[in-house]
Design a protein around this ligand. Structure first.
Ligand SMILES: *Cc1c(COP(=O)(O)O)cnc(C)c1O
Length: 362
């Protein structure tokens, strides 16, 4: 069976070394040795001033919205993402205002943001979808002009750089997901990054119940902590991420080559990007074409995924907005299997099956 992704697990001996140390110390959570060490290493890797390792990417988003005080406000966001980027907004009692995506890069269309801003708008929550950078410079200018905060959902963008700067350095706050399906993972986990000292101060309390010492509280908080076991997984995997990215790059190029004769297109990458090859999305001519290819791959035990479907502006708990580009793309896009241990033969087989299933009908 070939699935859209396959979680990398380090050789068990490498992980056990950490587990033995955890047993010796007796400390398993509450910001102990490995959590602190992972945070330090991630800060260095991502060249960011403040980073908080938290329980998952969704909690990271919710804490980010709280830390920026956006409650009851409108947040401009993209309809083309994983559901968590919208559900967090609603969960935190804010209103998502959907702005359609750019048909080329599939990130929020910066030309359409200004028109969506009202007196109630408090922030822009944009997503570097598939690890492709939003137009961070244009978004920065719009936010400054209209006094809005910016949150970037960088769940897919671990290790991506724009003009040589790691993407998580843009905006007021960025969040990352370290879920098992992401390119760098800690089983479950995530992070909040910021270069602002005041936001960082707030977040540091918020993710730990608001505790300020044992018997005093700084303010409202939640349990956003993560454990030594999860940090250990991160420590075991982090040194390998560069190799993962170059392996995925090779496999992506191979797909490009093998799919030359297939009837599909690929989203474009933003300029000046060092990409992480976290996904391999392909866009078909129609939804029926996508479904035919998907079924045919499924018959061969190959399971691509419809990332991201449906378009989030159609969810039953949001105010309806028309986002024709996102709705159209969401119906026609699918991610092909891409992970470190995928073989060249498997890539070629997948491409061959796609082309064959398209020939059957034409
Ligand atoms: C995975 C993901 C999240 C949520 O992260 P979790 O760690 O699973 O909570 C948020 N946004 C996007 C775009 C994601 O892909």
């Amino acid at each position: 069976m070939i699935t859209v992704t396959k979680t990398y697990l380090p050789p068990i001996k490498e992980y056990i070394k950490y587990v033995e140390e955890i047993w010796k110390s007796g400390f398993i959570t509450n910001h102990s040795k490995y959590v602190l060490s992972l945070e330090k290493k991630l800060k260095k890797y991502l060249e960011v001033k403040h980073l908080f390792f938290v329980s998952n990417g969704t909690t990271a988003l919710q804490i980010a919205i709280r830390a920026l005080d956006l409650k009851d406000g409108e947040i401009i966001t993209t309809p083309f993402s994983y559901v968590a980027s919208t559900s967090s907004i609603v969960w935190e009692h804010c209103r998502p205002i959907f702005v359609d995506i750019d048909p080329g890069t599939l990130t929020i269309d910066v030309k359409k943001i200004q028109k969506a801003i009202t007196s109630k708008t408090k922030a822009i929550l944009a997503v570097h979808v598939y690890g492709n950078s939003c137009d961070v410079e244009a978004i920065g200018k719009i936010a400054k002009k209209n006094k809005l905060k910016i949150i970037y959902d960088a769940a897919h963008a671990f290790g991506v750089k724009y003009k040589k700067i790691p993407l998580v350095n843009f905006g007021d706050i960025s969040i990352l997901s370290f879920h098992a399906t992401k390119i760098f993972h800690t089983v479950e986990g995530g992070a909040i990054t910021t270069s602002d000292d005041q936001f960082a101060h707030k977040i540091s309390y918020m993710r730990n119940f608001g505790h300020n010492g044992e018997e005093s509280f700084f303010g409202l908080g939640i349990n956003g902590k993560n454990t030594e076991f999860h940090a250990a997984m991160g420590l075991a995997i982090l040194p390998k991420v560069k190799t993962f990215i170059s392996r995925r790059r090779k496999l992506s190029k191979l797909y490009d080559e093998a799919l030359k004769r297939a009837k599909l297109t690929r989203p474009g990458l933003f300029e000046n990007l060092e990409y992480n090859y976290s996904y391999y999305p392909v866009i078909f001519e129609s939804e029926s074409e996508l479904l035919r290819v998907k079924n045919s791959l499924n018959k061969h035990n190959i399971f691509p995924r419809r990332y991201f479907y449906p378009s989030l502006n159609t969810l039953n708990y949001v105010k309806k907005y028309s986002c024709p580009v996102s709705e159209d793309i969401a119906r026609r896009i699918m991610c092909l299997p891409l992970y470190e241990s995928l073989s060249k033969e498997e890539v070629n087989l997948i491409a061959k099956l796609i082309i064959a299933s398209q020939k059957e009908v034409s």
